[in-house]
Write a protein that binds this ligand. Structure first.
Ligand code: PLP
Length: 472
């Protein structure tokens, strides 16, 4: 007696599922981008109790179409310009599928050697592809590891910084009242979250001033650090951002790195979105000074056509990360680990279990090649610059920040109320979706141009909708 799908049933259902995804991607452009359901609307259509008896896959797919789809916001629509893009792509989807099919758990090299070795390999490839420092290579002192999100990447980097700053004693003693951390007022909220979780405490996180382009002011950083040292504190970590969330400002990484080094602080660089642009030689400047970093994070799941979740964390000295996170219970002991010849990525992250995520980036790189990736990222960059020119030329609108990568921040000159109205009108139309931030206390509209399938016509249409909404 078995309730499992037979191989033939799986084949039929699997073909239907792949067909479903293929059709979805063909049609996604026509869906209203932002879901319009009200809170509770989806749940109210689901049966209160789980089914006692199994149901045919077709019935599940039918409910997916009827109940679930209206509650989906279409991140893979080419008309999606909100937040930062979260790329998916066909080869990446197939990588996810096969990873799920294998169902391996790669916590140790020994639990699936290929999962670890492919991960090490594609992470080394990415160093070469993005022009990152050699120290991040597994053949050097450092190495890369796939995390679920940039938030996790930053957290483990800050944990390693904390340990290094306390001679690896805090894991045992838990006592760290004297440590301080530094980032700009424009840093992503994941930095504050990590500082809290690491026990450093958000009141020890100094927010460094930014200049008129929203990039960190190094001289203010240095002043804050010196004040803390004079007060008997230990500056433990400095976090710079390449491509801030509000406006993709690029902090002066080299100067910040020099200051961090002078003060003996760990230097972490958050390039979650913008780092992917460095796949293009003309954008390599983004990584200027990253060789000063102890750790660095970029999210291929944002802008390198690789499905969520895939965050690439690099460290310049892997022993510091491993010393921070490794706990070896008897039941995980094995000959390969003891030989010292293998990487066990469980020692590089918070969780123990880990999915085989390297597969999807491997599929992506092999499908597109470096040239293909450069082309599509380059198109996004071009479209963002073109939109910026149109905004500059329009008498009623102004750019709110420079456009170093693919995010365009702008405003209608009439002020917050008009901008809010424009955004609400366009988003309610379902024809495009974008979000806002505040810069200098003013409501600012943001269009991130980086969805996998976005073309010139989509950006033009969104801009037409915005101009039309302003005129109404
Ligand atoms: N860092 C920056 C600069 C971001 O823009 C974001 C998200 O947009 C993050 C970190 C957090 O990314 P994740 O969702 O992978 O934790």
């Amino acid at each position: 007696m078995s309730y499992h799908m037979t191989p033939d049933e799986f084949r039929a259902a699997g073909n239907a599922a792949v067909e479903w995804v293929a059709r979805y991607l063909e049609e996604v452009e026509n869906y209203p981008v932002m879901s319009r359901v009200t809170p509770g609307e989806i749940r109210s259509q689901l049966p209160e109790h789980p089914p006692a008896d199994g149901e045919p896959f077709e019935a599940v797919l039918a409910d997916l179409n009827q109940i679930i789809m209206p509650g989906i916001t279409h991140w893979q629509s080419p008309n999606f310009f909100a937040f930062f893009n979260g790329n998916a792509s066909a080869p990446s989807i197939l990588g996810e599928l096969i990873s799920a099919g294998l169902g391996t758990q790669g916590m140790l090299w020994a639990t699936s050697p290929a999962a670890t070795e492919l991960e090490t390999h594609v992470m080394d490839w990415l160093v070469e592809m993005l022009g990152l420092p050699d120290a991040f290579l597994s053949s050097e002192s450092g190495g890369g590891v796939i995390q679920d999100t940039a938030s996790s990447s930053t957290l483990v980097a800050i944990l390693a910084a904390r340990e290094r700053a306390t001679a690896y004693s805090t894991n045992e003693t838990g006592n760290l009242g004297h440590l301080t951390a530094y980032t700009s007022s424009q840093a992503h909220s994941s930095v504050e979250k990590a500082i809290r979780i690491a026990g450093i405490g958000s009141d020890k996180l100094r927010l460094v001033d930014v200049d008129s382009e929203y990039a960190m002011k190094p001289e203010h950083l240095e002043r804050l650090m010196l004040e803390d040292v004079a007060a008997g504190k230990t500056p433990a970590v400095v976090i710079a951002t390449i491509g801030t969330t509000s406006s993709t400002a690029v902090d002066p990484v080299r100067r910040i790195g020099e200051i961090a080094r002078r003060q003996g602080a760990w230097f972490h660089v958050d390039a979650a979105l913008a780092g992917s642009a460095a796949i293009r030689p003309d954008m390599r400047w983004l990584h200027d000074g990253v060789e000063m970093a102890d750790s660095y994070v970029v999210n291929p799941h944002k802008w390198l056509f690789t499905n969520l979740d895939f965050s690439a964390l690099y460290v310049a000295d892997r022993s510091q990360l491993i010393n921070t996170l490794s706990v070896l219970p008897e039941y995980l002991r094995n000959a390969a680990t003891e030989s010292g010849a293998v990487i066990d990525y469980r020692d590089w992250q918070v969780g123990l279990g880990r999915r085989f995520r390297a597969l999807k980036l491997w599929f992506v790189i092999r499908h597109y090649g470096i040239e293909g990736l450069r082309h599509h990222v380059g198109e996004h960059l071009r479209l963002a610059r073109d939109l910026a020119v149109q905004i500059e030329q329009h008498p009623d609108f102004e750019l709110a920040a420079p456009v170093p990568v693919n995010l365009v921040c702008f405003r209608h000159r009439e002020g917050d109320e008009t901008n809010q109205r424009i955004m609400d009108t366009v988003n309610a139309s379902g024809e495009a979706y974008f979000t806002h931030t505040k810069l200098d206390g003013k409501l600012t509209l943001r269009m991130a141009i980086g969805q996998t399938y976005t073309e010139e016509r989509h950006v033009r249409h969104a801009w037409d909708l915005i101009v039309q909404a302003a005129a109404d």
